[in-house]
Design a binder for this molecule. Structure first.
Ligand code: NDP
Ligand code: 2XX
Length: 319
């Protein structure tokens, strides 16, 4: 097992030991054990970590029947530097700059997440950080971009098809628009957001930004081959598809025949999208309030919980 020297046995982290509103139960702990790594894992010095709505849903206990017992260090997305490598690891060495969503199965997450100084992850959920992205930008991507990509694949989206993205200004929506347009080759991309965010949707590649505060997308005469629901409006979305069209919803269970979808974290997806990230065809979108310093993790979750974040909420620097 290769390792850098002087990895501390205990470090600083954000932890919760009960279920509830994450803003109320999340506590700072200066003395959390540094995780051990399995043979197929690497230990990462965390440089930046991104928040996701799944963090606060999990803290409410939504997945408690599936996941390890409390206490929990939240956080799925990480960008950092490899400091220790398990004997079976092939893709990474000590010193490599990596990023990823450390939980292969979103609903069966690791007890020790990414709001901590060191975190462990299997090599298969990680990729080398694109050299043109800083750690904040890289940390913002994994869970959201993998969800966007795999959700589009699930809907069998392909070149020449039209798509409507519901929730176009969010962490997933901002990437779903870009992937649909610049990677999958959409013929037309429509997306919903509130008034002030319509210009952003256009910049990302939306041909038809829809102000949901002024019109109902399902009442438009135009119908779409695919609707990507990142808001929880699958019943309405079914009225916006063409004959033979599909709705994919990332807020399961949704309304049949909308297709419910949950991501599977996969470093191979990040590797496949690396050329688009390095060329700038697909860009990480950071909320203007990002990054929040490690000391303000509670404030960062409170902001994410407003459901108004534009792009991603990232925590940086990690002490
Ligand atoms: P965000 O917190 O990033 O979404 C915030 C955005 O949602 C805001 O920009 C807001 O724009 C927009 N929004 C809120 N309400 C509406 C609305 N009625 N119509 C259009 N846009 C709206 O969330 P994420 O993008 O990270 O995740 C979205 C949802 O998907 C969450 O519920 C999350 O739990 C889920 N999810 C599921 C996954 C899966 O694998 N199944 C994976 C990832 C996320 P505005 O201010 O203009 O309203
Ligand atoms: O809501 C969810 C979310 O954000 C993720 C990753 O999974 C759940 C869907 C049950």
């Amino acid at each position: 097992m290769a390792s850098t020297p002087n990895i501390p046995s205990h470090t600083k982290a954000w932890v919760y030991s009960e279920y509830g509103n994450i803003e109320h139960i999340l506590k700072f702990d200066p003395n959390v054990p540094t995780p051990d790594i399995k043979e197929n894992q690497v230990l990462i010095k965390v440089v930046a970590a991104a928040l996701n709505p799944v963090d606060y849903k999990r803290a409410l206990g939504y997945f408690k029947d599936f996941e390890s017992p409390l206490p929990t260090v939240p956080g799925y997305d990480v960008a950092g530097v490899v400091v220790r490598v398990g004997s079976q690891v092939k893709k990474f060495k000590v010193g490599d700059e990596v990023y990823g969503d450390i939980n292969e199965k979103a609903l069966d997450p690791k007890t020790s997440g990414t709001l901590v100084e060191y975190t462990a992850a299997e090599e298969k959920v990680l990729a080398h950080k694109p050299s043109n992205l800083n750690f904040i930008e890289a940390a913002s991507l994994p869970l959201a971009i993998i969800t966007a990509y795999q959700g589009l694949e699930t809907a069998e989206f392909s070149a020449g098809k039209s798509i409507l993205v519901l929730g176009g200004a969010g962490g997933v929506g901002t990437l779903a628009i870009q992937l649909a347009k610049h990677v999958f080759g959409a013929s037309k991309v429509a997306a919903t957001a509130s008034t002030a965010k319509l210009e952003l949707l256009k910049k990302l590649g939306a041909d038809l930004p829809i102000d949901y505060t002024k019109e109902n997308f399902e009442e438009l005469s135009e119908k779409f081959d695919v609707v990507y629901d990142a808001v929880g409006q699958s019943e309405r979305a079914l009225k916006a598809i063409k004959e033979g069209g599909k709705v994919v919803t990332i807020l399961p269970p949704g309304t049949p025949p909308a297709i419910p979808f949950i991501l599977t974290s996969d470093g191979a997806v990040l590797e496949k999208l690396q050329p688009y990230l390095e060329s700038g065809k697909v860009k990480p979108i950071l909320d203007p309030k990002s990054p929040f310093p490690f000391s303000q993790a509670v404030e960062a979750f409170a902001y994410l919980n407003t459901n108004r974040a534009t792009g991603k909420v990232v925590i940086y620097p990690i002490p």
